[in-house]
Design a protein around this ligand. Structure first.
Ligand SMILES: Nc1nc2c(ncn2[C@@H]2O[C@H](COP(=O)(O)OP(=O)(O)O)[C@@H](O)[C@H]2O)c(=O)[nH]1
Ligand SMILES: Nc1ncnc2c1ncn2[C@@H]1O[C@H](COP(=O)(O)OP(=O)(O)O)[C@@H](O)[C@H]1O
Length: 205
């Protein structure tokens, strides 16, 4: 029987660079994981493509997916639904390929309940001043909104206690390298590889 893929979950406060790190990881041809495209009810931004960045759906469509047990997890974030379609994740893991999710903290905790053998990684800013700078640099928020986002970010950073790894995003390339090393090490954990050694050591599971 082929080995099941590993589920990798990346979260972090808004503006820390999750999207940037994810893009950089996807461009690394040496990576073997598949990115799970999320579903959302938020407006498409310029340059985004349906089915690539997100599956953009109406609220009614999203709620019907929830009702049909089609979501691995979902959360409301700033008045919109975001969620992970279940089928793609199941099929990809079953085929032996790793799946990478980039999701916010509440959704990640739902995944932790359902998939306790997943790898949960929290991306952190080097400090709050850098986080503020990144939120400002990204663009459209006024001063009051930036303060609100930072307040929310502090609450999100507290959730790091529920993750397996904390990775600082000081430089994108370094953050990617750290995540890749985590994935490599996780693949070598004994519970994941023991079946491979069955014949050698006579373990029957
Ligand atoms: N729970 C959950 N959160 C998601 C999912 N997809 C994206 N998110 C999170 O939703 C938040 C908002 O995403 P987005 O609207 O793209 O804005 P931005 O990433 O903050 O620029 C981010 O924290 C994402 O990580 C998902 O499938 N499930
Ligand atoms: N390591 C980094 N150093 C400096 N700026 C960064 C770094 N990573 C991301 N950024 C910048 O921070 C801003 C927010 O990044 P983004 O990926 O949109 O964050 P998130 O998806 O976590 O909300 C973007 O302008 C991005 O270019």
């Amino acid at each position: 029987m082929s080995k099941r893929g590993m589920l990798i979950v990346l979260s972090g406060p808004s503006g820390v660079g999750k999207g940037t790190v994810r893009q950089a990881m996807l461009q690394d041809k040496a990576q073997n994981f598949k990115y799970s495209v999320s579903m959302t009810t938020r407006q498409m931004r310029p340059g985004e493509v349906d089915g690539v960045d997100y599956y953009f759906r109406t609220k009614a469509e999203f709620e019907s997916e929830i009702a049909n047990d089609g979501m691995l997890e979902y959360a409301k974030y700033v008045d919109n639904y975001y969620g992970t379609p279940l089928r793609y994740v199941n099929e990809t893991l079953a085929s032996g390929t790793d799946v990478f999710l980039e999701i916010e903290v509440n959704g990640a905790m739902q995944v932790r309940e359902k998939c306790p053998d997943g790898v949960f990684i929290f991306l952190t800013p080097p400090d709050l001043v850098s986080l503020r700078d990144r939120i400002v640099k990204r663009g459209t928020d006024d001063e009051a909104t930036i303060e609100k986002r930072l307040e929310k970010a502090r609450g999100e950073i507290k959730m790091m206690q529920n993750y397996d790894y904390a990775v600082v995003n000081d430089k994108v390339g370094l953050a990617v390298h750290r995540i890749e090393k985590i994935i490599e090490s996780e693949h070598l954990r004994v519970p994941r590889v023991i079946d491979t050694y069955k014949k050698m050591i006579g373990v029957v599971r």
